[in-house]
Design a binder for this molecule. Structure first.
Ligand SMILES: [Zn+2]
Length: 301
């Protein structure tokens, strides 16, 4: 009898320890944007310097401050004519700003959608010309990928871009330095919806990656909602399923007390604010970023 009691006590104690460990790990994962960070010395060293939010060295924005209930929506891989306008309709109705990381070849096909994005107060960022993984490219190719996307956006809108996101978030140090030298701030994300419909259709994922993906609007919304917390940068894709999930995502997060901000506003809220205009007029952007003014101009500036 006593043995049975002892066994039950051990089982109860084990269950308590397992629950506490589970809760602790969950908290730790939330606090550090993923358990990989939680157990990384590099992450804690960056965090001690405030570089878990923004790294000045490579001009990379990783997340907003944990003390403010502000979040931002970023929408990659468009413009796709079947979904971008639906997404824009929802954003307009809900008065929510977003940042669209566009692909140059698609901008060329649908310049009118990019014009609509800017006209309705959204930000447009560079997601390269062809959506290649830039960590596999040479420095010249990386520069060309960014410049060709710039040319298409400038032709479509007369505006430049100051925000950049590498396709698949694959990059190396040199890529970030190139982007910075071209006047870009690289924008990361810490909440992913795994709404890869467009990528699956384009055959960009390997079979074992597609198997794991369920992408009904409900699943996509739930995936986002359970991860969001103060300072989140949410990554969505320009797809019809995401367009259908967006109203639930926005309404629920608003009800929970979050405020949607543009990327530029979130950058301005950092402990050391980074102030930038996401899409300055093309001629001004060129003058500031690329051209050293003629000596006789110095006195006038
Ligand atoms: Zn992408």
């Amino acid at each position: 009898m006593n043995q049975r009691k002892n066994l039950l006590r051990w089982i109860a104690a084990g269950a308590v320890v397992a629950t506490l460990t589970g809760v602790g790990l969950l908290r730790l994962r939330q606090e550090t944007d993923g358990l990989r960070n939680a157990f990384s010395a590099h992450y804690w060293s960056e965090r001690s310097r405030g570089e878990d939010l923004y790294s000045d060295r490579v001009a990379m924005f990783k997340r907003g401050p944990r003390s403010l209930s502000d979040i931002c929506l970023t929408i990659d891989d468009g413009p796709h004519p079947t979904s971008a306008n639906r997404i824009l309709d929802v954003l307009k109705r809900e008065h929510v700003p977003a940042t669209f990381f566009v692909v140059g070849v698609r901008v060329k096909e649908h310049p009118e959608i990019v014009r609509r994005m800017l006209a309705e107060g959204h930000e447009v960022g560079n997601h390269t010309q062809d959506h290649f993984r830039i960590d596999k490219l040479t420095a010249t190719q990386v520069r060309n990928e960014l410049e060709n996307c710039e040319i298409n956006v400038e032709r479509a809108t007369g505006r430049r871009m100051r925000l950049m996101r590498p396709p698949g978030m694959r990059y190396n140090e040199q890529d970030l330095e190139i982007a910075k030298s071209m006047g870009y701030t690289t924008i990361g994300w810490n909440v992913g919806a795994k709404d890869y419909t467009a990528a699956v259709v384009a055959g960009k994922l390997r079979p074992h990656e597609t198997e794991k993906i369920e992408d009904t609007p409900t699943v996509i919304a739930q995936r986002v909602l359970k991860q969001v917390r103060n300072g989140s940068i949410i990554l969505l894709h320009d797809t019809p399923t995401t367009a259908a999930a967006l109203p639930t995502i926005i309404e629920t997060l608003r009800r929970e007390g979050y405020h949607f901000r543009s990327t530029a506003e979130m950058l301005d809220e950092l402990p050391n604010p980074v102030m930038l205009a996401a899409n300055p007029p093309a001629h001004i952007g060129r003058l500031v970023l690329h051209r050293r003014p003629a000596p006789w101009l110095y006195g006038m500036m």
